[in-house]
Structure formats: C-alpha cells, structure tokens
Design a protein around this ligand. Structure first.
Ligand SMILES: NC(=O)c1ccc[n+]([C@@H]2O[C@H](COP(=O)([O-])OP(=O)(O)OC[C@H]3O[C@@H](n4cnc5c(N)ncnc54)[C@H](OP(=O)(O)O)[C@@H]3O)[C@@H](O)[C@H]2O)c1
Length: 308
C-alpha cells in the first residue's frame, strides 16, 4: 500500500516539475521577445533620429543578428564570457545581450562591477557567475553553476577573455611574476575550456561550438614587436600554442585566437587606437560567422589573419 502512495507521490511530483518547466520556458521566451522588440524599436528610432541607414545587422556600427525562431524554440545561442567585469569582456556581454542571445557573464567578483550589475538588471538573459581563472577550484565550481544554468542545453560560444597585463623586460623577471602570468593567461583559459568541454559538446550550433581565446599581437613572432611586455607576451604565445593543440584535439569545435587590436581599456590605456565597442562588434562578427576553416587560426578583430 505504502509503495502505491509513494508511486502516486512521485507521479504528482513529476507532473508538477514538468508544468513548472513549461511555464518557465514560456515566461523566459516572452521576456526575451519583449526585450528584443524594445531593442528593434530603439534601433528604428535611433536610425530615424540620426538619419543613418539601417544596415543588415548594424546599429551605430554594431551587428544585430536576431534569433526569433530560437527564442520561441527556447534555444537562443548561449555564450560564456570570462573577465566580464570591465573592458572588452563587459562590452562583449552588452553586445551579445543586445543582440538577443543568452550570455553567462563570468567575473572574479561580479558583485564589485557596478556596470555589470546594471547590465544584468536590464537584460533577463544575462546570468552572472563568479569565476577566478587563477584558481582551478573556482573554475570547477563555476562550471557546475554553468551546468545549472544550462539545464542540459549546450554552450555555443566561449569567449576566453580574462587576462592580466603588465610591462617588463626579460632581464627583470622573477619566477613568481613569470608563473603568475602563465597561470592567468595560459593555464587559466585552458582550464576554463577543459571544464566546459561537456557543455560545448552539447552545442547545437550547426557549424560547431566556437571558442575564442583572446591573445595579442605582442605574442606574435611574425609581428616582431620588440622587448616590451615580456611575461605577458610569453604567456600569450603559450596560450596561442595551447589553442593550436586544442583545435587539433577537438576538430568538432572551432577554436582560434583573436587579437582585439589596441583598445582603450584599463589594460590598453587612454592612448590606444580603438574604441571598445568597435573592437568588440568586429570580434563579435568573427565569432558568429566562424566555421571549421577558422579553427586553429590567428585572427585580428577585423578578420585579418596574423602571423604566429
Ligand atoms: N586592451 C588592449 O589593448 C588589448 C590588446 C591586446 C589583447 N588584449 C586582451 O584582451 C582581453 C581583455 O583585455 P582588456 O583590455 O579588457 O583588459 P582589462 O580592462 O584590464 O580587463 C581585464 C579583465 O580580466 C579580468 N581578470 C583578470 N584576472 C582575472 C582572474 N584571475 N579571474 C577572472 N577575471 C580576471 C578582470 O577582472 P577584475 O575586474 O576582477 O580585475 C577584467 O574583467 C585580455 O585577454 C587582453 O590580454 C587587450
């Protein structure tokens, strides 16, 4: 008798969970559609005000790639961006969310970034998670959080953006400094990718999931940039080789390195050449248009192929 009641109880639980799941999907789809409609209206109004022509994808030079069919099907492309508290990472989150995709914004201390907090309140499809790429335990915990957010869905894009910068010469380097750059700029992004392989392999993106490892022109032998930023450049050159190895190990993924250009962030400084939104909108296009031909390549933000 007891087992009959317990079976009935389990049945009722399953029905309630299924109904809750359906309601959650519907609410999430409706919210996303409303946000997207507001963005389209804003886009149209903006174009009228500034008299600019609406290009396929562009609002003030930004790419817009709406996914109405995915919204209704409950499978908008899903991105994860590391180092999203400021600079290039924060702008990636903003542009991805504005384009209507879902984004998991990972940051060392998301609660300390006012800009990220404000952004996540404006877009229901931004989830914030804590991730310190210097700490393997933090990466593992963050990957578990990601699985909770994904609920069995796949991760379509990983933007491995977080990094540390700094200037030095080879003659000045001490072991601690050297290893701290290698940890943040090569090992960190590699462990992030490793922890997210199962999620990436569930991606339903037709051409395969995209992994962008953010590098720098300073890490290129071919560009011959000189003595500066020795630890930073060396750690990014190591990341470049690791990216090449990843692309060989996982031909089912599209994995490449990207130089964002010299950008006006805390790392790039005021004197840099590129505005953050411009660099990111160009990089965004490289990611969404990526095919298997791009795997294992060294790209600049505008799609130019750089020498290793
Ligand atoms: N700006 C340029 O001119 C330029 C040029 C070439 C390449 N890049 C590359 O572009 C990427 C973004 O650079 P950016 O200019 O936006 O730099 P940024 O303004 O200095 O921002 C760096 C980001 O990385 C995060 N970060 C650093 N260490 C971290 C850690 N251990 N765990 C988690 N997050 C961490 C920072 O978080 P916190 O706020 O917690 O510190 C911040 O969000 C980097 O990979 C950089 O090497 C930039």
């Amino acid at each position: 008798m007891g087992s009959i009641f317990s079976a009935i109880g389990r049945g009722i639980n399953a029905i309630i969970s299924a109904i809750a799941g359906v309601i959650e999907t519907i609410v999430s789809a409706i919210t996303s559609v409303i946000v997207t409609i507001f963005r389209v209206i804003e886009d149209i109004l903006c174009c009228r005000c500034c008299g600019s022509r609406r290009r396929s994808g562009g609002r003030r030079g930004r790419t817009y790639d709406f996914h109405f069919e995915n919204l209704f099907a409950g499978n908008m492309p899903i991105w994860l961006v590391t180092g999203s508290s400021r600079g290039i990472g924060l702008e990636f989150v903003r542009q991805i969310a504005q384009n209507g995709d879902e984004v998991i914004a990972a940051a060392r201390n998301p609660e300390n970034s006012e800009a990220l907090q404000i952004l996540s309140k404006s877009f229901p499809h931004i989830s914030l998670i804590k991730m310190d790429i210097d700490d393997p335990e933090s990466i593992k915990t963050a990957a578990q959080e990601v699985e909770k957010i994904l609920q069995g869905r796949g991760l379509d894009y990983l933007i491995n953006n977080a990094a540390k910068g700094g200037n030095d010469k080879p003659s000045e380097i001490d072991p601690e400094r050297f290893f701290s750059f290698m940890r943040s700029n090569c090992l960190g992004p590699t462990l992030v990718w490793q922890a997210l392989i199962p999620a990436l392999e569930r991606s339903t993106r037709p051409e395969g999931p995209v992994v962008v490892n953010m590098t720098t022109g300073l890490a290129s032998f071919g560009l011959d940039i000189g003595v500066k930023n020795a630890c930073y450049s060396t750690s990014k050159t190591a990341l470049n080789m690791m990216t090449y190895k990843k692309s060989k190990e996982k031909p089912n993924m599209i994995i490449f390195i990207m130089d964002p250009g010299w950008v006006k962030t805390d790392m790039g400084g005021e004197g840099a050449m590129l505005e953050i939104p411009f660099s990111v909108s160009e990089q965004y296009k490289q990611a969404v248009n990526a095919t298997s031909k791009d795997s294992g390549t060294f790209k600049r933000y505008d799609g130019a192929i750089l020498p290793w």
